[in-house]
Structures are given as C-alpha cells and as structure tokens.
Write a protein that binds this ligand. Structure first.
Ligand code: 5CA
Length: 445
C-alpha cells in the first residue's frame, strides 16, 4: 500500500476523551472512529488488525478441531424465554421490536441459538463430540462503555460451544479450549494468564478468565509470579489426546492465579512472599463448563448407545476479538506510539523515502516494494512529499515492527537502513539483504 493513496487519518493532537494509552493511540493512528457511546467504525488500519486477529483465532480454533459457522446478530426473544434468560439478563440486553411487533434482541452471546441449532439437527451420541464457533458482533448495553474498544457496547467476539455426551468429554473440551487459547494469545505476542473466575450470567461452576497484565486493566488479579515464566512455544499438541491436554492445563493452573471474585487470602498467603503478586489485568477471554444448564430446558438431547435419551453437556468459550486490539496496545507501546507484535501487524514493514521525487530513492523504493510483495510481505510505502521527521513520527505512531529507510546517500553506497521499532536498533545493509531478513523473520511467525 502506498500511503499517499491510503486512508490513514492520523490525528496530531491527543484526543481529550481518551483516558488510556490504547484508546489514545487507536484514535491518533486513525484506526477507529466513535459513532455513538461504545460503538465504533473500524477505519482501514484498525480493520486490518482486527482481521489479522480474527485470522489467528480461526486458525487456532480449526487446529483444535472446532468448526466455524455464522449465526445472526439479531435473535428472537422467544428462544431466550426457553432458557429463562430473557428476563434475567437485565438492562444490558438491547431489546428490539420489529414491524410485526415481534420481540427481538441484539445478541449479547449465543448459547440459546446454538442450542437451538443443535437440537434441530443432532440426535445421536455418534455425532458427538461437536464444537461449533463463530466470530460475530455482539451488543451489550454496558452502563459505562469506556476505554475505546476495551469496553464497547458493540464488540466482536469469538464464541464457541461444545456439545459432549458426558462430564468427562465436556471437561476435555474445556481443556482443549484452554490449550488452544494459550497458543492463540501467544501468537498475538501476548501473555494471557488463565485465572479462576466467577461465571456471571453465563452460568456454571467451572470457569477461567484469560488476563493480560496491564495497569489499566479493569480486573484486580492475584497470582504466583511462577506462572509468568510459562511459555507455550512451538509445541505440537494432539488435541484429541485427553491426557496431553490435561497435562498442559495442569501446568498452567497449578500456580495460583485468580481474579478478585475468587481470590482466597489463605491460599495466596501460603505462596512464598517474593512470588506473591497483585496487579490489574485485561480480560481477553473466558471459558465455561455449565453442563446441562441450556440443554435440559431447551431439549438438546441425544440417544445413547443403550437407547436412553440424555441432555448433552455443554460449555461456551469466548475471546474478545475487538478488545484484543486495545489489550495488545496496552501491553506493547512506548511514548511514540504503538509497537505491533509481528503476528498482528497491519503491514509487515514501512518504507520511508527520505527524498520523494529523487531519481535514486524513488526507483529504489519502488523496487523494494515489488520485492517485498513478491515474498508475500505487505509493505506500507510512505511516498508522501513530507519531511523525514514527519514520516518517522507517523511510522512510530502506527507501530509497524520494521522500517526500511531509503535516502540518497545510502543508495549511492548501495545501502538502505533496516530499523526495529521495538529496540530502535538500525542496521545498514543492501536492499536485497533487507528483504531476505524480513522474509526470514516473518517465516517464523
Ligand atoms: N458466551 C460466553 C463465552 S462464548 C461469553 O459471552 N463470555 S464473556 O461474557 O466472558 O465474553 C467473552 C469475552 O468477550 C470476554 O472475555 C471479553 O474479552 C469480551 N467482552 C465482553 N464484554 C465486552 C465488551 N463490552 N467490550 C469488549 N469486549 C468484551
């Protein structure tokens, strides 16, 4: 993409409504525009990151054996009357009446609808286990939407639902989700710690939230520092193997880590003092096992091998896809702007032409652009007729992990400059070597 032709409405001033850094940078970098309280348009660069995050979520869900589908945003109220949640959900639910006076709602989550799909089409234990998921917009009429996409009213969520024959296989589904989530967040450059939590309106006893540690987080958390040393890395997991998934879950759930809702002072105080931590965290996901809470009242049953009809065991599993943009920025920025992890960056590399219109730098930048694209990388070429300082400031603000700077003096000696956004370190090398280096870096992501 050439910046002169892109739509990147960067703001010079700090927007006064933004209280936290991620919100400020998302507005300044022209990623989002507020349309109403807690409701945003996703401008091209914000939309690009959102899509990259979605893509990682899809890849990891499919790797774990889960099946994507798509349910609508609007749902009939009657479905929610069956589970009893139409009245229970309260003012967070946006209720809508259509022209025929039928009661509808903008879905805050999809347990009822997926249970309806299941009961309409599945009848036998032979069709289990089954996990279906979608990535779809939700609406919760939060009393205090704030911090930009972090607490929106309309927000994008991945929500998945498992259907299993019995408790043990449903717990395997729970474990499988925890493992796949660990991998998902790590690919986004995040450390998200699973913490025992409370289940709220979704229900059930077994639930973990995934929290990214950040001083601006809305949750208060308590944990053993040992958990922050754990890395998922590049292990290959057989998601059908119950013992293997259980062992990984054990590894991550043995060190103490809880939100304030389940925090237990006595257990916490038994951890050696130098490892006890309390902090704030951003909740980027939550998994639940709730047994037959929905399948029983809604009649989602299967016939077992010995002919009995039983309600299925279910759980639901959510990732806050749009919130993740905020969480990633909170975890990865400096005073100049965002620092995107390679896994989610909107463009792989920025090209800065120090002297636009110059007979040596223009063709060098064009050639770089072509060669990077040929390697499957997406460059953002700042081809505007601007001062070098302004170009650098834009690149720093939008946070591409790598920048190639092309100037007349460098080109005369056959060199460009490759700069790492995170460390600020620069290296002079030939354009070909810079392209190869970037291709190598991104091949490992
Ligand atoms: N049905 C279950 C799991 S699929 C569910 O709705 N879980 S949840 O309520 O915990 O939401 C899942 C994730 O969505 C949360 O962990 C959080 O990351 C994100 N989320 C929830 N509310 C908001 C909001 N108002 N704005 C942005 N993200 C949100």
């Amino acid at each position: 993409m050439r910046l002169s032709r892109y739509f990147l409405p960067v703001l010079k001033e700090n927007p006064s409504e933004a209280q936290i850094v991620s919100h400020r940078y998302m507005l300044r970098a022209g990623m989002i525009k507020q349309q109403a309280a807690g409701i945003y348009s996703w401008l091209p660069m914000g939309f690009k990151v959102l899509k990259r995050i979605e893509q990682i979520v899809h890849e990891e869900q499919i790797r774990a054996g889960h099946i994507p589908l798509l349910m609508p945003t609007l749902q009939p109220a009657d479905l929610w009357r069956e589970s009893g949640r139409y009245d229970d959900y309260g003012e967070e639910m946006l209720r809508i009446t259509d022209r025929h006076k039928r009661e509808m709602l903008y879905g805050p989550t999809n347990e009822e609808m997926i249970t309806d799909i299941f009961r309409s089409h599945v009848n036998s234990y032979k069709d289990l286990p089954l996990t279906l998921y979608h990535i779809q917009w939700k609406f919760r009429d939060e009393i205090r939407p704030r911090f930009g996409v972090m607490r929106g009213r309309e927000f994008l969520m991945k929500d998945g639902y498992n259907f299993d024959l019995d408790f043990d296989s449903a717990i395997h589904a729970y474990n499988r989700h925890m493992v796949s989530y660990l991998r998902t967040y790590e690919r986004m450059g995040l450390q998200a710690i699973p913490m025992r939590a409370a289940s709220g309106p979704i229900g059930g006893d077994n639930t973990h939230e995934f929290l990214v540690l950040a001083s601006t987080g809305e949750s208060e958390v308590f944990y053993d520092a040992a958990i922050t040393d754990l890395k998922f890395g590049d292990r290959v997991v057989d998601y059908d193997n119950r013992e293997e998934c259980e062992a990984i879950v054990k590894e991550w759930t043995t060190p103490y880590a809880r939100t304030d809702e389940t925090h237990d002072e006595a257990i916490f105080n038994a951890i050696p003092e130098d490892r006890r931590r309390s902090s704030r965290g951003i909740e980027v996901g939550q998994i639940f096992y709730f047994g037959t809470k929905y399948s029983e009242p809604m009649g989602a049953t299967v016939v077992t091998a010995d002919g009995a009809r039983v309600p299925v065991h279910m759980g639901s599993h959510g990732i806050g896809v749009s919130r993740l943009l905020g969480a990633i920025i909170e975890a990865s920025h400096d005073d100049k702007g965002i620092i995107w992890p390679e896994g989610v960056t909107p463009f792989h590399v920025g090209i800065v032409n120090l002297k636009q219109g110059d007979s040596s730098t223009d063709p060098a930048c064009e050639a770089l652009y072509r060669e990077l694209s040929a390697k499957g990388l997406e460059p953002l070429y700042d081809d505007r007729d601007e001062r070098a300082g302004a170009k650098f400031a834009t690149m720093d603000l939008i946070g591409l992990p790598w920048r190639i700077t092309v100037g007349p003096r460098g080109i005369a000696s056959g060199k460009v400059e490759l700069t790492c956004r995170r460390t600020g370190e620069s290296e002079e090398l030939s354009a070909g070597a810079a392209v190869d280096r970037l291709a190598q870096i991104y091949a490992q992501i």
